[in-house]
Write a protein that binds this ligand. Structure first.
Ligand code: FAD
Length: 522
């Protein structure tokens, strides 16, 4: 079997060489990698796909590294190659549009491992309150490791089966971002393999430009092999509350009021503020909101027979057994200032770890029904707060009609919690919203669930924003031309370009983002 694979590999390598595209992989195999370079068809197939299931890459091989040096060896070989080879880090492959894929190159599979050697495990520095993690570690594993010391990272994503390197290359946001900023605002130091194959440590004090460029840098400047992440004492319980609104401006005023409390003492603010939109025919129980009543999905029409769009504010307060006595008063005090529909309060107390890992439970259910591995034409937008009411009118109450095939999240964030020196781009206002249309395309025969329909609707939403002068910025962006990328980055483009030329001058890295074309002599 191994001989067959090697033979197939050699033949395909030879074919590629004849068309002038590949490097001599046998050279790489001889470089003394401690991990594994694999051409196993199942590895290659996995690395060709992602969560979006919308595009397919064609990698030549997959590297399962166990150290920064493994990665550096491959990148250096690619950098020095005359024929040209790209290298794409892949975390857990949860991108939508092939961002971690490559064609005619090597995918570095950062998460999981193969064979006997393993990448380093998280190292918690309890006194200093930070943890050093491998770039491919999943956040769920980071959480488990830090909880052993009674500590936890401060800023999360809603779903924890994402890699540290993958979310730090975007931003990493959830309901804690209003308070702690995105995950990229909670990193002290990184080890990075640049596009020249150098291993550099960077932080606020060392290789500062690289540090800021890599955070939110869409994998363009280097591969994160280690991140030092800030920690706080972990609570053990969470009170998770959902309340409903039929009035959009009451909903957003309350959200904005709650996030304005970010500087208050912790007993006078919530720890998590999110929200979602419920269009008329949607079930309240989709995969992002299954805790309303797990056994018994709630039909909106039974709650609000008059129909219309509803908005759900989702808030949470962390507590510890030792503060359990005061949680009722603290929550009551905060809820008193809000203007939700008074009969619509849903409260659950649960373990902190179960709260953070809530989407995984929903994933299990969807997987069992064959509804997880389906195309996901997701659209994530940052919208300036001054335009959110217009967006509601045109999109939630307009373009979407009364059908959705997935959750629609909406929550505001404070721009002052985002470091303007990072590569990520956000709207030009002090407050902006994330609107995440997290929809799945199904082959159910119903037109409104088809991929084509959802793709068209996404285009219609973007066109509407453009025509209405709503200056959105895409989160987890995806474009196909450099001009679109230049527009996306706006006044950050020149810097982005300069950093690319410095740290990945041959455009080897993360070509699946389609920002730069690899440059090799023919
Ligand atoms: P991949 O898809 O594997 O990679 C993404 C990009 O990062 C690629 O360009 C890749 O080359 C690059 N990359 C990967 N690893 C590294 C590395 N070590 N160094 C440098 N570059 C690297 N995002 C949020 O912010 N908040 C959420 O709440 C949230 N929820 C989600 C829920 C689900 C179910 C899914 C599928 C996605 C969610 N996301 C969320 C989006 C997620 O953050 C991005 O898709 C992220 O890119 C996924 O991480 P990944 O590890 O799978 O990265």
């Amino acid at each position: 079997m191994a001989t067959m694979l090697l033979l197939t590999f050699l033949i395909s390598s030879l074919i590629m060489v004849t068309v002038g595209l590949a490097i001599d992989f046998m050279e790489i195999l001889r470089l003394g990698i401690d991990g594994q370079l694999s051409v196993d068809p199942s590895d290659v197939e996995t690395a060709s796909l992602d969560f979006g299931l919308l595009t397919r890459g064609q990698p030549l091989a997959v590297l399962h590294p166990v150290s920064a040096q493994d990665i550096a060896r491959v990148v250096k070989a690619a950098y020095g190659s005359n024929q040209g080879m790209t290298v794409s880090a892949r975390g857990h492959g949860h991108s939508i549009n092939g961002q971690a894929q490559t064609t005619n190159g090597v995918v570095i599979q950062m998460s999981g491992w193969k064979g006997g050697n393993k990448p380093p495990r998280p190292h918690v520095w309890a006194e200093e309150r930070y943890v050093d993690v491998w770039g491919g570690d999943l956040w769920i594993d980071v959480l488990k490791s830090t909880l052993e010391y009674g500590l936890a990272p401060k800023s999360w994503t809603d779903y924890l089966y994402l890699s540290v390197g993958g979310t730090l290359s975007n931003a990493g946001i959830s309901g804690q971002a209003f308070n702690h900023g995105p995950q990229i605002s909670n990193v002290y130091e990184l080890d990075v393999v640049t596009g020249k194959g150098e291993v550099l440590t960077c932080s606020e004090d060392e290789n500062t430009e690289l540090f800021h460029a890599v955070l939110g840098g869409l994998g363009q400047f280097g591969i994160i092999t280690r991140a030092r992440i800030s920690l706080e004492p972990a609570p053990n319980m969470v009170r998770w509350i959902r309340v409903l609104y039929s009035n959009f401006s009451a909903f957003t005023s309350d959200q904005e009021h709650l996030i304005s409390l970010h500087a208050e003492p912790s007993n006078q603010k919530f720890d998590y503020v999110e929200g979602f939109v419920i269009v008329a025919e949607g079930l309240i129980n989709n995969w992002r909101s299954s805790l309303f009543s797990p056994q018994n999905p709630v039909k909106i029409s039974t709650l609000f027979p008059t129909g219309g769009v509803l908005y759900c504010l989702e808030i949470a307060k962390n507590y510890h057994e030792s503060t359990a006595q005061t949680i009722d008063q603290e929550v009551e005090f905060l809820l008193k200032k809000l203007n939700f529909i008074s009969t619509s309060v849903f409260t659950t107390d649960l373990l902190y770890v179960d709260f953070l890992d809530r989407v995984h439970m929903a994933e299990m259910k969807l997987r069992s029904k064959g509804l997880w591995e389906v195309p996901h034409p997701w659209l994530n937008l940052f919208i300036p707060s001054s335009k959110i009411a217009e967006f509601d009118k045109g999109v939630f109450k307009g373009i979407l009609g009364n059908k959705t095939s997935g959750p629609i999240l909406i929550y505001p964030m404070n721009k002052n919690k985002w470091d303007h020196r990072s590569s990520v781009v956000t709207p030009d206002e002090g407050l902006f919203y994330l609107v995440a249309l997290l929809r799945s395309a199904l082959d159910s025969g119903e037109e409104t669930q088809s991929l084509e329909y959802l793709n068209n609707q996404n285009r219609q939403i973007l066109r509407y924003c453009d025509e209405a002068g709503i200056k959105v910025k895409r989160y987890l962006p995806h474009y196909t031309t450099q001009q679109e990328w230049m527009d996306h980055f706006g006044n950050k483009w020149d810097r982005f370009y300069e950093m690319k030329m410095e740290f990945d001058p041959r455009h080897i890295l993360a070509s699946g983002q389609r920002i730069f074309t690899p440059t090799f002599p023919s």
